[in-house]
Design a protein around this ligand. Sequence first.
Ligand code: IVH
Length: 677
Amino acid sequence: MTRTEGRQRHVELADEIRRHDHAYYVLAQPKISDAAYDRLYRELLDLERMFPEWVTPDSPSQRVGGKPLSGFSSVPHRLPMSSLDNTYSEEEVLTFIARVQRLLPDVALDWVVEPKVDGLAINLRYENGVLAQGATRGDGTMGDDITTNLRTIRNLPLRLAGSAGGVIEVRGEVYLTLDGFRKLNAEREAAGEEPFFNPRNAAAGSLKQLDPRIAAARPLAVVLYGIGEVVPGVGAPAPPSSQVELLQQLKSLGLPTPERTWHCREPGEVLAAIQELDGIRRRFNYETDGAVIKLNRLADRERTGSTAKAPRWAMAYKYPSEQAETRLNAITIQVGRTGALTPVAELDPVFLAGSTVSRATLHNEDEMRRKDIRLGDTVVVEKAGEVIPAVVRVVTDKRTGNERVFEFPRTCPECESKVRREVTAENEGVIVRCKNPDCPAQVRGRIGHWCARGAMDIEGAGDVLVGQLVKAGLVREVTDLYRLRLDELSNLERMGEKSARNLLAGIAASRSRDLWRMVFGLGIFHVGAGVAKVLGRHYADLDQLAAASESELIAIDDVGGVIARSVAGWFTDPDNGRLIEKLRRAGLNFRSALYKPADAAGPLHGKTGVLTGTLPSMTREEATARIESLGGRVSASVSKKTDFVLAGADAGSKLTKARELGVRILDEAEFRRMYGG
Ligand code: IVH
């Protein structure tokens, strides 16, 4: 192939891949097999390796090209990004419609109703069809340039489909998908990290990341519903004259738009649309907190104009969330296993979404301050998607003047030692932490975590009992459990001889648990059950794991820098060294049943594979066994360290990630051809 032919091929490939990305991420209708897509992608990467000068910012290979930034720069919006007036009342929607009609008495108005996506507003600037800049709304006049993070979002095209030259700014929301949010929080909690309050918060936290690789790992997506500055180039289609046309144009440019919108002519139709949306919005993969009602024709919008804050031609209707008002009587501070202080509101019991609520989280000190929550306040509590109810806001109208400001403690309420304000590793908020390792709350938390079902699984050792053991001074660290005697236990309140014997039997049985359970139970920061199992597969016993250096740990698939640092750091702490010796003397099992020594002679020795989707004739277990018998390892997630992905039908995000990273993708037939069996 000559250089000219190669250049031509590169352009074709980029184009074809873009079309397939659109079919896959925007339309959810893939047109080719994964293996065929993979071939195109590798061919593109190969050409770009040979001719790096052909790599353009809109190449499909450039989604995670950026290095960490030192900060976001502020950029002006060519056209201001205003906000919307909103209401919770259908009556006010009708008033709004009547007001607009009075402003435009001579026209028969028509309206568009759209879901109000609860994300973060963004402006995307495409120049000659290529994404040139993406910014947050900021104060409406200036926003933050978050282009590198936005580029990582898979359903956001880096180049518009079939667009002519010129400039087009499109506007919409970035959101975190709901299933992605649940998964992300489960992972964070298992690893002892603060969960996000809600998807919107998680999306905001993700976009604030200076390292685009963190944003890339978050399940973000965009939806577009508006335009900003437009400078049509030669041959560009006429600018839209209505919202219906605008949405149509966005779609034909390859941009994701709201999956359902309503075109209404009568006020009654608008209300019906709002109700219909309420009936279906819980099926969407993003949170929808309302409906937006907009004048359809752009010429009509011009005539109504805007106020300083919001346009006169649109309004947001917000659905009532499951909320209730009640009195906040007191604030207690809970201290968790990691020493984090969480303020909890003690409330007059109130019935909310199917159950009685008498406590609700106030999240943390900063949130409490932001909402100006005081003792004696009437507050609104809400049960959102999450299980734990939260205090949303204060009903300031109901203040009597007798409310008192709550002083957030500067010392730990459990042990009275000084607390420290800490910024979380990912800079997503401030946590107030008690740093005293002997704090009874932390001791209870650590022991409880060790005994938990997912960890050492000690029958009979629930939270209440653990509390009793700690209070009675019988247990200070987990090793103390293994020295407990029947007579000590029988003296505890509500503890008969029979339950004492059962507990001792449960503790004894835990001596033989597999290594990963112990590693998880130790409560090392960032080590959830999943990571503990990965470590259990790599190390034959606790001593080998304890001797592993940070760089050795980093080399393991599924173990990133943060985890490696945390694990290596934990084992170098002399206190933890002593703890391990006590566990050894207490007769606990240190060996890993998961450990699989790699077959050094096998053809897959030193290689790591990832399974995804359903294979035509092998189960997951069979495929794993096959890879391991060839000397390879199987890992749960795709990373730069992955050597190949064995993909079957209905493969999901792992396949996507593999493509992104240019990891080799095999189907079962190819795998069998190469390795027999
Ligand atoms: S139209 C001039 N349409 O809600 C502002 N906004 O509470 C035009 N939002 O600032 C905005 N979904 O960030 C519009 N379908 C939708 C929307 C939407 C969510 C956001 C947007 C806006 C905020 C107002």
